[in-house]
Design a protein around this ligand. Structure first.
Ligand code: GUN
Ligand code: ZN
Length: 443
């Protein structure tokens, strides 16, 4: 048993709940085998477990680990390609870098950069767009397992439009996908996601392979891809699939829209698509800095929520401008403000929900992670800003926990993340030096 003593902020309810923020100053989380077995005050915890270690995290804030529902492993070194719309950015910036992952040595170095980017930002769970190369996907899974993160990922599939180096035949994709899924799905904290890049770069034959990969698992594999990101992309998809009702239908005709499906972006949906997504229980990964950087548009969150579509946050690195979901939350807030009356007035608790529990719900993991209730795993991020820095000053003068959370989303960066746990295990890569949480007796 270990007792973690901290100011704990989490959002155990539903997105949009009034009073959605649960904030407890000097709260004791009692953890056994990585699971929170009690949440109480320190005196009671000490009385019940007099001989167990106490980790003192009272300086700063303890939040649930962040859940990133859309992030590209091969694009960590492509962050910062500003000034282009989607299809130009793919051609000029992202795809040339993705081709380099054909070299497993290069892929190993990129995987290290990628996983350290996630952990240093406080992300403990991610749905990761993998690589087009099976060996690079193996590298990612192996390193994610070593670091201890909860990663769902898979081989990225394409059989047209992209540079030849990134294309597979449907038959090769089926064989490689089967092998990778058999090796990694359900191993520890890892799961496999069938991942066509987007229907612009996948024929019906390849999408049928995706359906086969989902069906032959029978073991809860996931599905992720891109949807309705950019008007030029949408027009080209319509030309490739003249019989489809819309972009979503290019996937739905193959049975790929289910409660285990996560679609990135959906900036320009039709009402029909929203109804189909809601009916299927599929989720959408909203990627605010990516949508801003590529000029993709202002995400219609109100229309998604009104239609009953589940929404979570994605960093979409490398079109997104970094791994930190605090920044994505703030950008989501800005974009809803810019929509005026059509936007959703997101409060600080909503931003935390989007960055944590909404993501866990979208990925089917909400029974285990996403908040810090008893029965959940200790997936947590400890934020403790440097003394004298603007965030530290702001938190010291916060008028309430909600105000503190607003200040954290406004000012927080990966530099303020000092420790991260997944399933109660400290994640060493979360910062340059090993975690140095003091243990001390409670009084
Ligand atoms: N659509 C297809 N591939 C990509 C990608 O890598 N990034 C983004 N933002 N959209 C895509
Ligand atoms: Zn993406």
């Amino acid at each position: 048993m270990t007792i973690y003593r901290a100011t704990v902020l989490d959002t155990p309810g539903e997105l949009g709940d009034t009073d959605g923020l649960r904030a407890e100053e000097d709260c004791a989380l009692v953890v056994h085998d990585g699971v929170i077995v009690a949440r109480t005050d320190p005196a009671r915890a000490r009385a019940a477990w007099p001989d167990d270690d106490v980790v003192d995290l009272r300086d700063g804030l303890l939040l649930p680990g962040f859940v990133d529902t859309h992030v590209h492993f091969p694009q960590v070194r492509a962050i910062g390609g500003l000034g282009m719309p989607l299809l130009d950015w793919l051609r000029e910036c992202a795809l040339p870098e993705e081709i380099r992952l054909a070299d497993p040595g290069y892929a190993r170095a990129v995987a290290r950069d990628f996983l350290s980017g996630l952990t240093r930002s406080g992300t403990t769970t991610a749905l990761v767009f993998g690589s087009h190369f099976p060996a690079a996907v193996d590298v990612l899974f192996a390193q994610a397992e070593a670091v201890g993160l909860r990663v769902t990922s898979g081989l990225v599939l394409s059989d047209r439009v992209l540079p030849a180096e990134l294309l597979q035949t449907p038959a090769d994709a089926l064989a490689a996908g089967r092998e990778l899924a058999a090796r990694w799905h359900g191993r520890g904290r890892l799961r496999y996601a069938v991942t066509p890049r987007f229907s612009l770069s996948t024929t019906d034959e390849m999408l049928e392979v995706c359906a086969a990969l989902l069906a032959d698992g029978g073991d809860g594999r996931w599905f992720t891809t891109h949807l309705n990101e950019n008007p030029d992309e949408i027009a080209q998809v319509a030309a490739f699939f003249p019989d489809a009702a819309d972009y979503l239908d290019s996937y739905d005709r193959h049975g790929l829209v289910t409660e285990r499906s996560v679609f990135a972006h959906d900036v320009h949906p039709t009402d029909r698509e929203l109804a189909v997504l809601a009916g299927a229980g599929a989720a959408v990964a909203h990627c605010p800095t990516s949508n801003s950087s590529l000029g993709s548009g202002l995400f219609p969150l109100r229309r998604h929520l009104d239609a009953g579509v589940r929404v979570a946050l994605g960093s979409d690195v490398g079109a997104g401008t970094g791994f930190c979901l605090l920044k994505e939350g703030l950008q989501a807030y800005f974009m809803q403000r810019l929509l005026g009356p059509a936007g959703v007035a997101l409060g600080p608790a909503d931003l935390l929900h989007l960055a944590t529990r909404s993501g866990a719900q979208a990925l089917g993991l909400a029974d285990d992670v996403g908040d810090l209730s008893p029965g959940k795993q200790l997936d947590a991020v400890w934020v403790r800003p440097q003394a004298g820095g603007t965030l530290e000053v702001a938190l010291r003068h916060a008028s309430s926990p909600t105000d503190a959370l607003a200040k954290l989303f406004s000012l927080g960066t990966p530099a303020d993340v000092v420790a991260v746990w997944v399933g109660g295990d400290p994640v060493a890569e979360a910062r340059p030096e090993p975690v140095a949480a003091e243990t001390q007796e409670t009084s």
